[in-house]
Design a protein around this ligand. Sequence first.
Ligand code: MN
Length: 266
Amino acid sequence: MERKIVKTIKGVAASDGDGVQLTRIIGSPELDMLDPFLMLDSFASDNPGDYIGGFPEHPHRGFETVTYMIAGKMRHKDNAGHEGMIEAGGVQWMTAGRGILHSEMPEQTEGLLHGFQLWVNLPAKDKMLPPAYQEFKASEIPDEVFDGGSVRVISGVTDAGTLGAVQGTATNPLYLDVTLNGVFKQKIPASHNGFFYVIDGEIAGVSAGHVGILGDGDTVALRGDGRFLLIAGARLNEPVARGGPFVMNTRKELLQAFDDYRSGRF
Ligand code: MN
């Protein structure tokens, strides 16, 4: 069954970290979450004042953060000694698990910075796993050309069989960056929630800066001229207790996370 667009929503202006100006696409009053996705932010500016403050040291527990850069550079550094740079076209899929403290800072003082951060929830059984990273440079992300466009396969598998760089994550996510002038068809398991975010142009009647939420089904066909992210993941159907940078299943677990953080147990 083909998935239809059941709702379109415009991202809202927000500020996070040390004054970073961004567009909140998921995690806003109009779209609190789309199980398993807790948040999607887009940051896109050529004004350093909008991004230079970055995201100084902060904790995470209980979910995954996925940073995908389209332009510019972001340096990340955590309290376990893990450090590196996410450059244009690269992705970092970080499984925070039981917890990390890290910083995410733009490594440039001028020019365009454009990227996305997606928060993917973890199932209860995985929330307290040790932190883990999957990191890929632009050249390591498969790029498939099809009749009508091309698709960068960050995670999941295309109908033509191109396997994404990021594998083995809990919610079996699909994360595609599609450049299109025609039609793009993609299977999405019925177990998944899915959406697309239009970066440029117009896709299936949805304009840039808007998200199209997909209804039930197991396949989607999107026609248009532009660039978009197509993202889907398995519904967890578990209770969500959310407090700032911690996402657990119960209030008790959330309070424990704050206590562990304040007591230096991250
Ligand atoms: Mn972070």
